[in-house]
Design a protein around this ligand. Sequence first.
Ligand code: APR
Length: 285
Amino acid sequence: MTRKKGDCGPKHQEHACAILQSRSLPDSSAIVRGMRVEIPAQLVERLAAAERVVALTGAGVSAESGVPTFREAQTGLWAQYRAEELATPEAFQRQPKLVWDWYEWRRTLVAKAAPNPGHFALSELEQLVPEFSLLTQNVDGLHQRAGSQRVIELHGSIFDTLCFDEGTQVLTWSDDGSVPPRCPRCAGWLRPGVVWFGEPLPEAALASASRAAAECQLLLSIGTSSLVHPAARLPYDAKAAGALIVEINPTETALSKHADYVLRGPAGEMLPQLLRLLRKAKAAR
Ligand code: APR
């Protein structure tokens, strides 16, 4: 059967379909949800040979842990709001209690969530690649909980708290019933330590991420819609510097047509399979 880009056969197979986007090459097989999935052998070989690899992750990596992504419709209490409308300094200034409560809800959700096989596969990948950089847009700490040692958090952490006015980190405050709580130093509002739309990324994190992207030989873009800059720019920088770009995502993104390989499936299934093939390839070298 011949396949063209995006044609994975019957609809129910689409989720677990890995597509060799650029060339037609012999494949290695993997079984995902009982279906045969093709992960290109040449991709596995390139990964096995790479000394410097970057993984750039987004909300999709945590989807299988039960943490909703940003651009999917919200459910329950928060169904009437769009994440993009809550995650801005302006929204916080307008409705600080609403925004604080939303993050409190997400904090509780994330604290109860557990890392999934995709997170664990990435922490193992760190052990297999000589220089591995994990750049994440996620603020949920699940990569660290899966054992990843070196994680560059581009958008901060939901478990950090900052003074809204001073931008300084605040570790403790008294609970006087105020929502959001008040800064113990200046009595201004406290806010979550995440990067909101329109805010700059932490300088050191962005500099390290840019350097890693520019120097890597292979970049995996996993579970991100590739829409939010400057993180979304990193794969293009890597590509311009000669890196192979691999996307893992069940749906098409802004990056898909620029990627050398697209693995069309959920990270929690594709990454463990890729890791299994990588181990095999490394053992055979
Ligand atoms: N495995 C892999 N990818 C998945 C999965 C999965 N199981 N489930 C969903 N996805 C993909 C979606 O197809 C989508 O492309 O994850 C992506 C999630 O996209 P977004 O919600 O836009 O998340 P992200 O790209 O991380 O957003 C970037 O925007 O809202 C801000 O600061 C926030 O860090 C966030 C940034």
